[in-house]
Design a protein. Structure first.
Length: 194
């Protein structure tokens, strides 16, 4: 009985401190989501990744595959979400931006994971499509072929940095976007300090 009381006296302050830090962290993320700077920072990171992809394609002459193009579309979704959030961060439009951000990051993570599996375990039964498949009302590969035309093979290893292939890096990038998006969504229910 006495051991439980002593344990309670030591663990309760730690739990309260942890909860207090969590509340402060969530308040911080809520404040950030209600300002333009964080949204613009996310737009800059997504734009930098898109420009890097175009550099790889047009300067280093790496051929993007169908999965690369779909992953690029998911990054454009994150870029769009960040611009939407930056337009009116103090209005309910912010919630639409957060949902678009989560959806795009989730789709990007799934695509990057599937691309990684195709690359690590090549098989005639585990391949990507030959052509990108956009809706007829949004043929991005026809409108902007320099950005959305796929000419490579998903299983070919073209680029590596610190022993990781490009899709493996994208798994980490999309996971980071998704984690931050989930924290930002969770922070929306926390009351701001008066």
């Amino acid at each position: 009985m006495a051991g439980n009381t002593v344990e309670l006296w030591f663990t309760l302050p730690v739990q309260l401190l942890t909860a207090w830090k969590t509340q402060n962290m969530l308040r911080f993320f809520k404040r950030c989501s209600q300002g333009r700077r964080a949204w613009l920072l996310m737009a800059i990171t997504a734009l930098a990744l898109e420009l890097t992809a175009l550099y790889f394609q047009h300067v280093m002459l790496l051929q993007p595959c169908v999965m690369c193009i779909y992953e690029r579309c998911a990054l454009f979704g994150i870029l769009g979400a960040s611009l939407l959030g930056a337009m009116a961060p103090k209005t309910p439009l912010r919630y639409a931006a957060i949902l678009l951000w989560i959806y795009s990051a989730w789709e990007g993570l799934q695509l990057a994971w599937k691309h990684t599996m195709i690359m690590l375990h090549p098989s005639p039964f585990n391949t990507c499509d030959f052509f990108v498949s956009f809706p007829s009302w949004l043929p991005l590969d026809k409108w902007m072929p320099a950005v959305f035309h796929a000419s490579g093979d998903c299983s070919v290893r073209q680029w590596q940095f610190l022993t990781l292939e490009m899709p493996q890096w994208l798994v980490g990038i999309f996971a980071a976007y998704l984690l931050v998006a989930a924290i930002v969504l969770l922070s929306q229910v926390v009351r701001s300090r008066q």
